[in-house]
Every structure is written in C-alpha cells, then in structure tokens.
Write a protein that binds this ligand. Structure first.
Ligand code: TXA
Ligand code: MG
Length: 339
C-alpha cells in the first residue's frame, strides 16, 4: 500500500519531501500534485523506474510521458534545440501548464518518449512538485496518476482509488487548481503545433510567438501518440450534448433511464424524479468545467449508471480544452478517445 503524506501546498514539510525524493532516487514511484492534475512520477533518467510507470498505469508503451523539470537549467539535461520562441514561452509561462516538445537528449531514457527522438517537458507551478524535483535533483517523468483511460486525478483520493496498491508514496497537496492537463506544444515543427489544447490557449501562444497550428489532421494526431488511445472515461458510457435546451437535455436523460441508471453533469439544473437518476450542477465558465469535470465523472460513476450525460460548452479559448476532454471521454470508437 502506498504511504499517503499530507502536505501544506504552499510550504511542504522538508522531511517528507526528502523521503519522497529518496524513493524517486531509488527507482520508485511517487504521486504528487501539480497545478493541472496529479502526476505519477519516476526518475526520467532511470529506464527501469520509467518502465514501472507504464506497468502501474497499464499504459500502452507507445504513449510517451511528460518530463517535469524543477528549473530552467534542468531543461538542458533533458532537451536541446530550444528556439528563440521556445525561450520566450519558457520565460512567460513556466512554471505553468505549458508542455513543450523538444529534441530529446540521450541521457533521458528513450522509454520516456516511447522511442521518439523528441521529449515533452514542462515546469509545474506547484510548490510540492517543484520541491520534490529539486530535492531529487533529477527530472521526473510523470503522466497523470490514473489507471490508463480513467479520468485524470484532481485530488489524492482519486490517486488512492486507482493506484494505491501499485506505487510507493502519494503526496497529498489537496485539490489541483486547474483540473485538466497542460497544453502540449510541438516546438520541433514550423510553425509550432498544439498537440493537446489546454489552459495556455492558441490565442495566448499566438500573441507571444506568432502563428501556431492546431493539430487536428490525422498526420498531426500521429505526432502525439497518446491521442490514439481511449481516455478520460468513467466506466459508464458518456453521452455528450454539445448544445441543447434544458428540455432537450431532460429528454435525453429520460431516454436513457431504461438502460439502468443515468448520471448528468452540466450547468443546466436538472431534476428528474427517479431513483436511478443523479445529477451534478456546475458553473458555466470553462474554469468551472475544468475544475469539476473529472471529479464529477468519478463521483457519478460510483453509482454505476449505464450512461452519463454531459452538457458541453461552446466558445473558444479555454472552452476548446474542456471540449477536447469531453469529446474524448464521450467518443465510442476511434483514435481520439485517449491521451
Ligand atoms: O498537466 C499535465 O500535462 C499532466 C501533469 C501530471 O503534468 N500530465 C499529463 O501526462 O497529462 P499524460 O501522460 O497523461 O499526457 C502526456 C501527453 C500525451 O498526450 C502524449 O501523447 C504527449 O503528452 N506527449 C508526450 N511526449 C510526447 C512527445 N515526445 N511527442 C508528442 N507528444 C508527446
Ligand atoms: Mg493522462
């Protein structure tokens, strides 16, 4: 069983950080909070430690991991070929929810990148994560700390649900601020390409470095291997209503009741007087959705409904990232189901 250690997210206890860093240095697995979601960390320079991440998550071996660095210098141990635009992005958005795909240095075990010549790197904006990486003195490879295909964890209890028997330590720093994963930007292409939309939007990137591509074509999706797999899904089947009136949503929910229970999450209040119906109402902003979607899906799933109906949002900016995750959770077949 993993040891769960509660920490003050602002000033984490140094002794606990040292204990977790020793586990990383010994080739073990430590789950830790970031500003986006919880990560499952191992020493990025240690091939057998990285292998353990794939085993613990049951993650397909062709899905590369993000390497987390504790400062700008550590990036030099991990990647090369940082362009002028790359430097601008790092200065403006690190630490923060922006992952850059760069040329991988050979010290980083190729298992991290699923054999790709590139590596995805970010510096998380979370004092526990930063203290852990700096204390371990090594970059930490960390995917989201969930069983592959399940909604990403935004609190330690989610990590415990999925992984407690498979990892060494869980650092509990409370609820993550943002709630969905970082933006992934491929800096090895011209112009740079967004492989996964996130909190740092296309508009924000464009303003700083000029045109960026949004990877949606088949060729671009192949560049982010994780996008091929099923992802973010609870056990129930997810039905996404991209747009619809309250009456329409209610009709959809009622229509699925006969299948064996329905959960609903959205900003429209939904009351249906039926024991097999449960609903979670959340705020209407992209921020509210990002914060509530993964824990909401997990909570509804505990009642084992056959179907979870999700009300979408329309708009640009951060709504794009939210809708990307919802579409992946909802899609029945096909490549876009998982990261
Ligand atoms: O916010 C986040 O990014 C969280 C926290 C823990 O940092 N991490 C996370 O990791 O979401 P993960 O493994 O769940 O997602 C990694 C994504 C996948 O879509 C993967 O395909 C992409 O990054 N990726 C990783 N390395 C890549 C590479 N070399 N080239 C292209 N895409 C890469
Ligand atoms: Mg993930």
């Amino acid at each position: 069983m993993a040891q769960v250690i509660q920490l003050d997210p602002e000033r984490p206890d140094q002794e606990a950080i040292e204990r977790a860093a020793a586990v990383i240095n010994g080739g073990g697995l430590v789950a830790f909070p970031t500003e986006t979601v919880y990560g499952l960390g191992a020493d990025a320079m240690n091939a057998s430690a990285v292998q353990k991440i794939f085993e613990a998550k049951a993650r397909p071996a062709d899905n590369p991991l993000i390497v987390h660095v504790g400062d700008r210098d550590m990036l030099n141990d991990v990647a090369s070929g940082v362009t002028e635009s790359g430097e601008l992005l790092i200065r403006k958005f690190w630490p923060g929810p922006l992952t850059l795909v760069l040329e991988r240095r050979s010290q980083v075990t190729s298992a991290v990148s699923a054999g790709l010549p590139t590596v995805a790197v970010r510096m998380p904006r979370n004092n526990i994560a930063l203290a852990l990486i700096r204390c371990a003195g090594t970059p930490i490879a960390a995917p989201s700390a969930n069983i592959s295909g399940r909604p990403s964890p935004t609190r330690a209890s989610h990590v415990i649900e999925d992984l407690s028997t498979r990892i060494d330590i869980i650092l509990d720093g409370g609820t993550t601020n943002i709630g969905i994963e970082s933006t992934v930007l491929d800096m090895t292409s011209v112009p740079p390409a967004i492989l996964r939309p996130g909190w740092i939007t296309a508009e924000m990137l464009n303003e700083l470095i000029g045109p960026v591509e949004c990877a949606t074509s088949d060729e671009e999706l192949r560049r982010s291997p994780g996008t091929r797999h099923r992802h973010y899904s609870p056990r129930a089947r997810v039905v996404l209503i991209e747009r619809g009136s309250a009456e329409f949503i209610e009709r959809v929910c009622r229509g699925h009741l006969a299948e064996g229970g329905v959960g609903f999450i959205g900003h429209t209040p939904m009351v249906i007087d039926d024991a097999s119906f449960s609903s979670i109402q959340i705020g209407e902003r992209a921020e509210d959705y990002a914060y509530s979607i993964y824990p909401g899906l997990r909570e509804l799933d505990k009642k084992s409904p056959a179907v979870i109906v999700v009300e979408g949002l329309s708009g640009d900016g951060r709504v794009v990232a939210v809708m990307d995750r919802l579409r992946r959770a909802a899609s029945e077949t096909g490549r876009q189901k998982e990261f």
